[in-house]
Design a protein around this ligand. Sequence first.
Ligand code: ADP
Ligand code: MG
Length: 319
Amino acid sequence: MNSEFGLIARYFTRPAPPGFLGVGDDCALLPVAAGHHLATSTDLLIEGRHFFADVDPAALGHKSLAVNLSDLAAMGAQPLACLLSLSIPKIDDNWLQRFADGFHALAQASACPLVGGDTVKSLSGIVISVTVMGQVKPQLALRRSAARVGDDIWITGTLGAADIALRLLQNRLPVNPSLLAATRHALERPLPPWHFAQQLPGIAHAALDISDGLMQDLGHILKASDCGAELVYNALPVAAALHGLDDELVQDAVLSGGDVYQLCFTAPTDVRASIEALAQGASIQVTRVGSIVAQPGLRIKGPGSTFIVTKQAGFDHFS
Ligand code: ADP
Ligand code: MG
């Protein structure tokens, strides 16, 4: 079993769904429904940059797929299948088993089966590349350029917890085991709303997944749609674990913290009830946090009537 092919057979080969050709041939084959286009996206995770070497491998397997599923969700696409390319320094069966378990559990939950990939020996740390494929009606896909003046701005899930966990793990905050316990799950096991998101085409306008911080990511929609936004700070869904922390820290985590993998989307005001009903059906939290306006820029209405002056913060690999 200690070969590349044994490893693929053991950890990464699962029966493909009916109508699919999965792992084992030169290409996988996927059916795409009539009237739909293929939606595809890829993300790279590098040891030391995107994850700690000692992270739970099952959580890492989960997160490798989750960060890609959030891109499909942000387009309103239905997951079809995924590819996994893995570069590892050695065959560690315990690590591989746990990584594969975490990966396949989410693949099964999201109906996004693993149908192929590549496996190579790395000279240094672990590198993981996942590609997802989904399908969406192209005219209804949730493009960043589709926001309209007057739209509501919505957020799924809550904000801030992953950022606080990251700060704790990087010793940028004083040691606080109970706070770490309450926030770590958000960082290590993000759960994008893929099921809810598939139902947004035809209802919502623009969407994206929050990976680099709300302010920076919403900025992408505003730029692509040539409009501005007004948010109400007190309406933002702050993660419960952050209650009682220093106000400035919370504000920074909520507005600029990354690794959220929830959606920010815009939709006309007359579909509020439909969105609430869809969210309830999918058992996810949705919060209306502001609106799209004609005046360019992002203004955040703070407590009282002041507008928070936003510095353009968030994560950028090259800054
Ligand atoms: P190739 O020679 O075309 O690169 P490989 O020998 O690398 O093919 O892979 C054999 C089969 O195993 C292919 O179907 C490939 O998609 C699949 N595969 C390889 N690595 C992985 C992986 N990490 N996860 C899933 N499938 C994999
Ligand atoms: Mg290969």
